[in-house]
Design a protein around this ligand. Structure first.
Ligand code: CTP
Ligand code: MG
Length: 226
């Protein structure tokens, strides 16, 4: 194994609007987070898996899913207020990990395919930093105040996860993180002057954000299994 995986799962799922964390919502009878964990564990490149969870959810993970956590060899760590705090906490746990690369994959992306994992791991192995992306599919307009204009979208991509980095690079990026908000791990790495390679992945790697995303996810899952 050459990739340690950090799974941020310590959000609250506000936009999903359920009474518990959206990650406990069921997709084909299993919680979203477990789909993500299983797919990562299936990849032969993956070694350590560390999942950041909130204090509030920890009891539920430990009481109701201890067997799954053992089976898939998932270590729980304490998440933080922002996603970046959760990643930082997991990085701390991985301080002595021997894997060359660290991948960060949102628990809320349960449909990640093996071929996308292989592609982004391979790219990160070569360049030190690689993330999965998809091309922007809609027409994008920029608001300039007195007028608006269409943006050329040929060079625009949407960042997904996994985001994969040489372990030392991600560690120093987080060590230098001064609290200035960053939208993802790639942005922090970039601030250290290291370029990030984009790997075009599948549009089926959906992030569950709103309740209706779950309906789409059920359909994608069926199509993946077909
Ligand atoms: N996450 C985390 N720690 C936080 C916030 C988010 O580990 N403090 C995780 C979420 O659990 C999720 C991933 O980061 O797996 C992406 O975040 P998002 O989709 O925004 O999930 P939530 O923050 O839970 O949802 P919302 O923003 O609607 O509250
Ligand atoms: Mg959020």
């Amino acid at each position: 194994p050459s990739v340690a995986v950090i799974i941020p799962a310590a959000g609250s799922g506000q936009r999903f609007g359920a009474t518990t964390n959206k990650l406990f919502a069921l997709l084909d009878g299993q919680p979203l987070w477990l789909h993500s964990v299983r797919r990562l564990r299936q990849n032969p490149m993956v070694g350590s898996i560390v999942m950041a969870v909130s204090d509030q959810d920890r009891v539920h993970f430990e009481n109701d899913h201890a067997a799954d956590l053992r089976t898939y060899e998932v270590q729980l760590v304490r998440g933080g207020t922002e996603r970046s705090d959760s990643v930082q906490s997991a990085l701390g746990y991985l301080a002595d990990a021997k894997e060359r690369l660290v991948a960060v994959h949102d628990a809320a992306r349960p449909l990640i395919r093996q071929r996308d994992l292989d592609a982004v791991f391979t790219a990160a192995n070569q360049t030190g930093a690689a993330i999965l992306t998809v091309p922007v599919s809609g027409t994008v307009r920029r608001d300039l105040g007195e007028r608006t204009e269409t943006v050329d979208r040929r060079h625009l991509h949407i960042a997904l996860t996994p985001q994969v980095f040489e372990a030392g690079l991600l560690r120093s990026a987080y060590a230098k993180h001064n609290g200035r908000p960053a939208t993802d791990d790639a942005e922090l790495v970039e601030r250290c002057g290291h370029p990030v390679t984009l790997v075009c992945g599948g549009t089926d790697n959906l992030k569950i954000t709103y309740p209706e995303d779950l309906i789409v996810a059920e359909a994608i899952l069926r199509s993946q299994l077909a």
